[in-house]
Design a protein around this ligand. Structure first.
Ligand code: GLN
Length: 533
């Protein structure tokens, strides 16, 4: 069979959760026995998502093949339970720069380069590329933004053309809209949906299905009204109501048989008998959780917690496995002082310092590590958190007062954290180590106890690393290096004096999944739980 394409657009407002809806649909189709992959079209003009500010834009998610992408891909991977790749993330900037590059190489034979056909052809080529790369039966492509935005027009035009190029039976348009509830009138309003569909139709796209986002379930009569106005059959109007646990979305859409309707449209017969028991069991399990664990995440700014989205999700996954709901307290490191640290940490049972690229709040983070180390508070450092752990230890245990990272003090005399390559000492903002890499775990360590194997694979995103020159002194002072890369670089450190004091140079949060919590996060919670008994 040829690849089938599903296009998901959004109307009325942003933040409708269309990515979660789209990936829930993906999970359902996967359960019908198809190979499914996902892709995001981002209307923004940035070429390199990796350079976008997480404080503004949220987390930069990293795929196995080292693509730095939008955080939506994290949702896709978690819901779909499939690894994505660099073709899964496409921005306007990437499209234009590819077209301009080809033009410079003379590959358009002197033609005048235009949005149609050159930009739209380039966009369509990305649909085929992701299909080819993953061998997927079904590709689900979400168009970012809201229909009506100037920026998304070329993408919408390209997906419009896709139906003509690939055929009616091979393409399906799902439009998601908001159905607001007006308290004063005590009724829901369908008008914004009608307008949004009209707008989409004016661009030449008639949705095959509509998913209505609302707080409460929508009456049949209202759905029929929308169906009539929007020219969509009654049985192709679905709803996505607010859910307590986001993974319930998968089951809710299943109840409405959205997957069966999609297969009918594609004239496909199911390849497997869908079994959703693992998701049903997960939700049941979450609903029965009674106890809570409180974890502090230290960040440099409390303005956008989405910048640590995957860490947050990983903690939740580990909570599912250990029957705990995890409450996160965000601790702003810029306001941490020796005087207030005790009271700030009073109500948390463990501390996480996640990755980062900012020199903001470093002093507070170092204080937090010292406090955790000296008071045996379970501590878990990730990437920058790992590097700062080494710096804290060097300063306070090895007594190297000036110990620091070249990232923040380029000409330091005590580079405990050193640039991976010379390039980075010149302030070039390229990540040197990106994506999945093999790591050797050293026996008789906490790390080995957690992974129970010698060879693991984890995703990376960093440009600095521990300076091996200091390794011996660290070891003499009681620090244990419990994992290393193929080239002998340190990937994990631990302090066996404490119940759980562990830091890793890589990003375990990118591979944690709701049905397969990451063992590091699980162990972190288990240790906390055990201490409480
Ligand atoms: N800024 C550090 C580096 O580039 C840490 C990176 C991270 O935390 N992802 O090495």
């Amino acid at each position: 069979m040829g690849t089938k394409f599903i296009f998901v657009t959004g109307g009325v407002v942003s933040s409708l959760g269309k990515g979660i809806m789209a990936s829930s649909v993906g999970q359902l189709l996967k359960k019908q026995g198809f190979k499914v992959t996902m892709q995001k079209f981002e209307p923004y003009i940035n070429v390199d998502t990796g350079l976008m500010s997480p404080a503004q834009h949220g987390e930069i998610f990293v795929t196995n093949d080292g693509a730095e992408t939008d955080l939506d891909l994290g949702h896709y991977e978690r819901f779909l339970d499939e690894n994505l790749n660099k073709h899964s993330s496409v921005s306007t900037g990437k499209i234009y720069s590819a077209v301009i590059e080809k033009e410079k190489q003379g590959r358009y034979d002197g033609a005048t380069i235009q949005v149609i056909p050159h930009i739209t052809d380039e966009i369509k080529s990305r649909l085929l590329k992701v299909a080819k790369k993953t061998n997927a039966d079904i590709v689900i492509t979400e168009v970012g933004g809201t229909v009506g935005d100037i920026e998304s027009l070329p993408f919408l035009e390209a997906i419009r053309q896709a139906r003509k190029d690939f055929g009616y039976e091979n393409t399906l348009y799902i439009h998601t809209t908001l159905v607001p509830f007006l308290k004063a009138a005590n009724e829901i309003k369908t008008k914004p949906t009608q307008h949004s569909v009209k707008e989409l139709m004016s661009l030449g796209i008639s949705p095959d299905m509509i998913v209505l986002r609302s707080e409460e379930s929508i009456e049949k009569a209202n759905k029929e009204k929308i169906a009539r106005f929007c020219d969509v059959p009654n049985n192709k109007i679905f709803e996505s109501v607010d859910v307590e646990i986001i993974y319930e979305m998968i089951l809710n859409l299943k109840k409405q048989k959205i997957d069966d309707e999609i297969l009918k449209h594609f004239k496909l017969k199911p390849k497997a008998k869908p079994d959703l028991s693992e998701w049903e069991d997960l939700i049941l399990k979450i609903q029965q959780i009674k106890e809570t664990v409180r974890v502090g995440i230290i960040s440099e700014s409390i303005s956008l917690h989405d910048q640590y989205l995957s860490v947050f999700e990983s903690l939740k996954h580990a909570g599912f496995q250990t029957n705990r709901s995890v409450e996160v307290k965000w601790i702003d490191s810029e306001h941490l002082t020796e005087e207030n640290i005790k009271s700030k940490f009073k109500d948390v049972e463990g501390i996480i310092i996640p990755g980062g690229f900012s020199s903001q709040g470093l002093t507070g983070k170092l204080l937090a590590i010292k406090h955790a180390r000296e008071n045996n508070i379970p501590f878990f450092g990730i990437c920058l958190g790992f590097q700062l752990t080494a710096i804290e230890f060097a300063r306070n245990v090895l007594d190297i007062k000036g110990a620091t990272s070249r990232e923040f003090v380029p000409n330091t005399k005590f580079p405990v954290i050193e640039a991976i390559s010379k390039q980075n000492t010149n302030g070039v903002n390229n990540r040197e180590k990106l994506g999945l890499h093999e790591i050797n775990v050293i026996k008789d360590t906490l790390m080995y106890d957690i992974y129970k194997k010698d060879l693991i694979e984890e995703r990376h995103r960093h440009s600095y690393e521990l300076n091996l020159k200091y390794k011996k002194s660290f070891e003499k002072a009681g620090l244990v290096f419990s994992a290393e890369s193929k080239s002998g670089k340190v990937e994990a450190l631990e302090y066996p004096e404490n119940d759980f004091f562990l830091a890793v140079q890589y990003h375990p949060e990118f591979i944690s999944r709701p049905l397969r919590a990451h063992p590091l996060f699980v162990k972190f919670l288990e240790v906390i739980i055990k201490r409480n008994k």
